[in-house]
Write a protein that binds this ligand. Structure first.
Ligand SMILES: Cc1ncc(COP(=O)(O)O)c(C=O)c1O
Length: 363
């Protein structure tokens, strides 16, 4: 049996008619960038997230960059984040002129460790940027407590965590801003690049709206330097359709995770779900010293796997200024994590096959 990490064509086959209908509707309306269909998505997404404002942008990376700038992050500031994430998290901090400060992760949840954040707070610290890695919520009680005590802005990277809850509250709705990616492989994906920023802050929302459209509050009236980072109507139309399915799709991911958890030998370590958190399994990740051997073995059984991520950010060439810094837990994790196939259309028999082959390897 061949098991792919992800096969988007299965989803397309199921919803082909619906996708073509909503896309046709965009052509009928003739508004392709922002406009009423994007507004409809922003309103529905706001309702889903239980938040006042949503602003659709070009991608998740821009969501982070624009949120940081809208929150006033600038040269001379320090922003604390995890070195165990996709590069966009830290790259966008650096692009504001602020200094990236890494804090190591928790060995079990693989998310930024609040105790490590605490050690990195200085008078220059302006913000904390936690990432809900693989869809596993961070310890938001501790992070929000710290932000209040030290007067720090929290900007959540929710690129992988749409629909994941901490104490029954949506990730992304704790901090000043929550930043989402609708990259096609994400739990809520569109047909290209897309992203959104959520906030309850009226003033920040106004700034975000200006920043995404050349700094203009009104057409051709430019108050600040901005970007061209707007959500396209075709993507918004698809997202609006898919938003109605997201809870059931995330539920199916949890079902698959349960199958893995039941069958895979208990001795094999998996990413631990944060206490009080509800994971949405953008990735299902196991942690083993024999990662590379296991990956090769599974490849021979026709099973695809992935490594998120194989290099911690402080060891990336782009962050060479940090190369002598040491984050032992992240450095261990990059050699041990292995993401298994997980997506709503993955079949039970495929999941069982993967789980059994993993057990065969460790037998
Ligand atoms: C944790 C994290 N942050 C940010 C991003 C950036 O999102 P995008 O690819 O939509 O720019 C991603 C996307 O892979 C991500 O996984």
């Amino acid at each position: 049996m061949k098991v792919k990490m992800l096969d988007l064509s299965r989803e397309y086959k199921t919803y082909k008619k619906d996708y073509l209908n909503v896309i046709e509707n965009v052509f009928n309306q003739g508004a392709f960038i922002l406009g009423p269909i994007v507004e409809e998505f922003e309103n529905d997404f706001a309702e889903y997230m239980n938040i006042k404002h949503v602003c659709g942008v070009g991608n998740g990376t821009d969501a982070l960059r624009i949120a940081l700038l809208a929150c006033g992050i600038k040269k001379g500031d320090e922003v604390i984040t995890t070195p165990f994430t996709f590069v966009a998290t830290a790259e966008t901090i650096a692009q504001t002129g602020a200094k990236v400060i890494f804090a190591d992760i928790d060995e079990e949840t693989l998310n930024i460790d609040p105790d490590e954040i605490l050690k990195k707070i200085t008078p220059q610290t302006k913000a904390i940027l936690p990432v809900h890695l693989y869809g596993n919520p961070c310890d938001m009680d501790r992070i929000m407590e710290m932000s209040e005590k030290h007067n720090l802005i929290v900007i959540e990277d929710c690129a992988q965590s749409i629909g994941s809850l901490y104490k029954n509250k949506q990730t992304g709705s704790f901090g000043k801003c929550g930043c989402f990616s609708f990259f096609p492989t994400k739990n809520l994906g569109c047909a290209g690049d897309g992203g959104a920023i959520i906030t309850n802050d009226e003033e920040i929302n106004m700034k975000i709206r200006m920043l995404r459209a050349h700094g203009a509050a009104k057409k051709y009236v430019h108050r600040i330097e901005g970007f061209n980072s707007r959500l396209d109507a075709i993507h918004a139309a698809m997202l609006n359709f898919k938003l109605k399915l997201i809870n059931s799709k995330n539920e199916r991911r949890r079902e698959i995770a349960n199958i893995y958890n039941k069958i895979i030998n208990n001795k094999i370590v998996r990413q631990k779900t944060q206490n009080n958190g509800q994971h949405v399994y953008h990735q299902f990740t196991i942690i083993t010293e024999k990662r590379n051997e296991l990956r090769d073995f599974l490849k021979k059984q026709n099973i695809d796997t992935a490594i998120h991520y194989s290099i911690p950010l402080h060891k990336q060439e782009v962050f060479s200024d940090y190369k002598n810094e040491i984050y032992p837990i992240s450095e261990k994790a990059v050699n041990r994590v292995l993401s298994l196939p997980i997506y709503p259309e993955l079949k039970d028999e495929e999941t069982i096959y993967v789980a059994e082959k993993i057990n065969d390897f460790f037998r």
